[in-house]
Design a protein around this ligand. Structure first.
Ligand SMILES: Cc1cc2nc3c(=O)[nH]c(=O)nc-3n(C[C@H](O)[C@H](O)[C@H](O)COP(=O)(O)OP(=O)(O)OC[C@H]3O[C@@H](n4cnc5c(N)ncnc54)[C@H](O)[C@@H]3O)c2cc1C
Length: 368
């Protein structure tokens, strides 16, 4: 059986940055269940709003990476129109996101990872289980043909996103009744893509407790408009989304017939206590670790930073304890950031407090 330094589950931003960093000197197998050979235009990318916030932009800058133009999506807009149905108010806020095509972004990240000489990619392959031993982890892979095989690795990394199998199995194994758990909320996020019938020169954030205790959004993208919502799992997601569409149309937005739909699980941390970085020879990075903003659903910057941090820790080739210690230190700043976002979210998602902020006009701007 071949032995890798690390098997990385998931070729999203966390997995790609990890492979790119550690793959300079360590043998890395990057496993991805999607078919990465189908053209991006077929639209099988991860469900995402595809907005790069200033922190993600800064992270890319620190990594010495510049976005190629194929990743950009039009239009690039610079304001958010926030509509609060709970208190019947609306405001505009300046916002400096970069609007991207998420499929193209992921492919570009992958091409950056594959520049590192020791990265091997295995797509159309799913990690279906693993067993940690003292000196290695045995990982079970299932190929597109349904055939399973085992491989050995010194470390296993779950960069497998919100529905992480690696995290689930770790929690089942190690979080017994006497061990601390890492509670995290799960949402179902539904997005529908509509033909653009009128110009939308801003992003829209929608707050309505009848839809969700989180938020909904509209994003203009490449001649279409995405309407999306993150709704608590198990809370009549479809019915609430229908209600949202009705609300949005009643506000005057013209939405025709949706051309496509995407669904995904989205995690919402309570705070730094929701972050689980792994145990022993099994680590977690990106959203699988619970690293995603609790106030805005933005997770790309956390994925890039945590993937890089774990990649750097693995490069040292230390013991599992040394690797974990180094990784923990490097993500400390991310945890602080998450704590701040969690505090912000208390204000943003309490209708009374949010209503008071809207009334004050704090940080808002006038738009013609
Ligand atoms: C609707 C929606 C909108 C969002 N909008 C934004 C936004 O505008 N800006 C932003 O910054 N963030 C946004 N996010 C969050 C962001 O998409 C994620 O936080 C980010 O993609 C996390 O990156 P990751 O690398 O950790 O995981 P992912 O990007 O989820 O990648 C995980 C990869 O692992 C693969 N995988 C999973 N399980 C297995 C397995 N068992 N075997 C093999 N492969 C596997 C998956 O196919 C996937 O490619 C949004 C999320 C959602 C759901």
């Amino acid at each position: 059986m071949e032995m890798y330094e690390a098997v990385v589950v998931g070729a999203g931003p966390a997995g790609c940055m990890l492979a790119q960093t550690a793959g300079k000197r360590c043998n890395i197998l990057l496993v991805e269940s999607r078919d990465l050979h189908v053209p991006v235009e077929e639209g099988r990318e991860k469900s995402c709003g595809g907005l790069l916030n200033p922190t993600a932009q800064e992270t890319l800058a620190k990594l010495g990476l510049a976005l190629p133009k194929e990743v950009l999506e039009s239009p690039q807009v610079f304001a958010i129109r926030a509509i609060d149905y709970d208190t019947n108010q609306e405001r505009y806020y300046p916002k400096h996101y970069i609007n991207i095509n998420r499929g193209a972004f992921d492919r570009w990240m992958l091409s950056e990872a594959l520049i590192s000489p020791r990265v091997e990619l295995c797509d159309r392959t799913t990690v279906v289980g693993y067993t940690p031993y003292t000196d290695y982890v045995e990982v079970t892979l299932r190929g597109a043909d349904g055939v399973t095989r085992q491989i050995k690795t010194r470390y296993l990394v779950g960069a497998d996103g919100a529905a992480s199998l690696v995290r689930r199995r770790l929690e089942q194994k190690y979080c017994g009744p006497d061990e601390p758990r890492f509670p995290i909320r799960r949402y179902v996020s539904l997005q529908q893509w509509f033909p653009m019938e009128e110009e939308l020169p801003y992003y829209v954030a929608l707050f309505d407790q009848r839809v969700t205790d989180y938020y909904s959004w509209m994003i203009p993208k490449g001649g279409q408009v995405i309407l999306g919502a993150a709704i608590p799992e198990g809370k009549n997601v479809r019915g609430r989304f229908q209600y949202l569409k009705h609300r949005v149309r009643a506000t005057g937005f013209s939405l025709g017939t949706p051309e496509r739909e995407q669904g995904a699980i989205l995690l919402r941390p309570y705070g730094p206590g929701s972050v689980y970085l792994g145990k022993g020879r099994v680590f977690l990075a990106g959203e699988a670790a619970g690293l995603i903003s609790a106030s805005s659903e933005e997770g790309i910057s956390y994925a890039l930073s945590s993937g890089t941090a774990l990649g750097e820790a693995l490069l040292r080739r230390g013991t599992p304890e040394e690797t974990e210690d180094l990784y923990r230190k490097r993500v400390m700043k991310l945890r602080w950031g998450l704590a701040i976002k969690s505090m912000k979210s208390i204000i943003m998602y309490d209708p009374k407090l949010r209503g008071a902020v809207f009334r004050s006009g704090l940080l808002s701007m006038n738009v013609k």
